[in-house]
Design a binder for this molecule. Structure first.
Ligand SMILES: [Zn+2]
Length: 255
């Protein structure tokens, strides 16, 4: 690997971690209906304003051993996890798409998907503005990734969203309205093959998660679970590794 590539990787991780930190804080504040533009970061327990060295993604949490410097209250591992959940895809975007327009585009999509996942986990709702924010990137992919045909994108737009809509009409509440919109926009972004893969992965992880919850008796049948985070994870994986996963899977059957 060239030195310049290592520098870009380190920079991507740092930028990703900072974005992850911001998105996580924004999701938490949105859930509490607080303004997420104003107000400095503070300890949720004692309200102490955090100094700059307590705000370094991941590093601060590890250095403080997951506790507030003032009141020693435990700081949720969700903070460093959200930061890693953004730093890792940021680095992978560069590894996958190298020096192309798809790298910054895919990075922005990863950040938006993390925002969707975190707000959905917190509030069981996906803000419409986040879906709208994804549209320019899905449109931009037409130029940034010309190897996915416009027809493939058009089919992708409907491939998962239409069956989801049909299911939601038959079984009320099967999927949220926003989940369906998310898969329409991401379907256009990914093209149909990767969209099917993204949905398959989401059903796999979402189904596995729902089973664990039911077996542990935490949730009954028919109760709602946020499906958005699983869709977001599926879309991210498909966007970054869809090609390899699909060709590897077909290779199993000698195709
Ligand atoms: Zn504190």
């Amino acid at each position: 690997m060239e030195p310049v590539e290592i520098i870009i990787l380190v920079f991507s991780c740092a930028l990703g971690a900072c974005m992850g930190s911001f998105v996580n804080a924004a999701a938490l504040r949105a859930a509490k209906k607080e303004s997420f533009v104003r107000g400095r970061s503070k300890c949720p327990e004692c309200g102490k304003t955090l100094r700059w060295f307590e705000l370094i993604p991941v590093v601060s949490w590890l250095a403080l051993r997951g506790r507030c410097r003032g009141c020693k209250a435990r700081i949720s591992p969700r903070y460093p996890l959200a930061e890693v959940a953004c730093a890792l895809p940021a680095a992978l975007c560069f590894i996958r798409y190298r020096f192309s327009l798809m790298t910054p585009l895919a990075f922005c999509v990863c950040v938006l998907l993390l925002a969707v996942a975190l707000t959905d986990m917190e509030t069981m709702e996906i803000p419409g503005v986040l879906i709208l924010a994804l549209i320019p990137f899905a449109a931009g992919a037409v130029w940034a990734q010309p190897d996915v045909t416009l027809l493939g994108r058009g089919i992708g737009l409907a491939a998962v969203s239409v069956p989801m809509l049909a299911l939601a009409l038959i079984i009320s509440g099967a999927f949220g309205e926003r989940d369906i919109e998310l898969m329409a926009v991401c379907g256009f972004l990914l093209g149909w093959q990767n969209t099917l893969l993204a949905f398959f992965l989401a059903v796999l992880t979402g189904g596995g998660y729902a089973m664990t919850l039911m077996l542990r008796g935490k949730k009954g049948r028919g109760e709602h679970m946020a499906f958005g985070p699983h869709l977001c994870a599926g879309v991210t994986v498909a966007m970054l590794f869809g090609k390899e996963i699909i060709s590897g899977y077909l290779g199993l059957f000698g195709l």
